[in-house]
Design a protein around this ligand. Structure first.
Ligand code: HEC
Length: 149
């Protein structure tokens, strides 16, 4: 009887611990699943667009993402994945720094851009220092992909 009670108490404690631990552990689990020194592909397999939406809060000061929304200090980013670099918005005045880069926004180029806009396109007017965390970048890319659909 006592043993039964103890088992029940322990499982309640375990449930409380699991419920209370929130984002930090979930993040650690995702990183573990991605394996040691994860490639961008490995990170994309565990990327979470909802978490990307949260990180995108940093971008909202300068960017809209809804279809047909107006440009702000930066261009509208609806459906940006797959488009030409500096090709997201027809109405927007891009710098030569960015428009002379060429190519398309695939996952690898977006990852490099978001790591350091200034290194990707020296002289760009995107005055954002970049996202140092590789998993946060993968989350934002997953969000950009989802919002483009
Ligand atoms: C302080 C304002 C600002 C912030 C914050 C900012 N951006 Fe930008 N972004 C810009 C500007 C300005 C440009 C245009 C750059 C140019 O023409 O050199 C730009 C361009 C871009 C482009 C290129 C679009 C295209 O049409 O090729 C992408 C993608 C982008 N930003 C993504 C992001 C993301 C994702 C974040 C958040 C992690 C972010 N930006 C944060 C201002 C900002």
């Amino acid at each position: 009887m006592i043993r039964l009670f103890r088992t029940a108490a322990l499982s309640v404690l375990l449930m409380l611990a699991l419920a209370g631990c929130g984002g930090g552990d979930e993040r650690a689990e995702r990183l573990k699943a991605a394996g040691p020194h994860p490639s961008l592909d490995a990170l994309m397999r565990v990327a979470d667009p909802d978490e990307g939406a949260r990180v995108f809060g940093h971008c909202l000061a300068c960017h809209t993402i809804g279809k047909g929304e107006l440009d702000r200090a930066g261009p509208n980013l609806h459906g940006i994945m797959g488009k030409a670099v500096a090709g997201g918005s027809d109405r927007y005045g891009y710098t030569v720094a960015l428009s002379s880069v060429g190519g398309h926004w695939d996952r690898a180029t977006m990852d490099r851009w978001l790591t350091s806009p200034q290194r990707f396109a020296p002289g760009t007017k995107m005055t954002f220092s970049g996202l140092a965390d590789p998993l946060s970048r993968a989350d934002v890319i997953a969000y950009l992909e989802r919002e483009g659909q």
